[in-house]
Design a protein around this ligand. Sequence first.
Ligand code: SF4
Length: 284
Amino acid sequence: MQIEKAPELGLCFGVRRAMKLLKEEVRKHGEIETLGPVAHNHQLIEDLAKTGIKMVNNLDEVRCKTLAITTHGASPNILSSIKARKIQTIDVTCPIVAKAQAAAKNLVEAGFSLVIFGDARHSEVKGLLGWANNKGTAALNIEDLNTNITRGLLLGIISQTTQCQANFRNFCSALITSSASSLKEIRIINTLCLETQRRQEAAIKLAKNVELMIVVGGYNSANTKRLAEVCSPITETKFIERANEVNSSWLVNKNHIGITAGASTPDETIDRVISKLKLLSSSR
Ligand code: SF4
């Protein structure tokens, strides 16, 4: 049985950068906390906790001197609350998310109503709405948009960084079709993350050549879910978090298996999945 890894998979530069900065900081202070998960992956969070980098859910839980703003960023309101409490911070917001925050802020300051193509419950999107001074709306379907916001004369559209390019294109096109007649100007800023796009393109290409795709990553990771979404229409696809979820029945009559992994999946998790597959295939 052939096991083939997608040429682009696993930890992205934003998460690797964040982990490097946090590890440097924890070496200085012994222990630090992160406001929410650094990235949406349980193993990664567990591994960081062992080194003294622990997660808190809100500012009331903060006990350490230093609090980290995670790769997903935070809204200006949260940053002000942290400052008011005199908590020292280290900001590891991914530079690509920071660019999307600047795009949201600039569009709103220029008088545009802002629409974000994304999951309104995701921490990155909550942060983007905050940078838009809460004058924006976020949704994955135009039917779910707050119509008061899309009724202005100037409309700006951006995307949650980890969404899929084709879906963003379709969303923009549907929004333009439904509201262009009443608008004076529509400005679309492509805030998609290229790292995520490259992982999706590599996964799609590989999915076309294999009998089973295994997508490895956090169930709560937006970009990993997207990998499973783009592969499943092409070939049989399984989405797992850990190696122990691999089931030998999946391998029956399979000669070629593809592996991809989300941008927050540690290298060790991918290696363990591959070892488990090899073990199961050798015992067939
Ligand atoms: S997936 Fe992209 S936007 Fe998100 S942390 Fe990684 S590099 Fe940054």
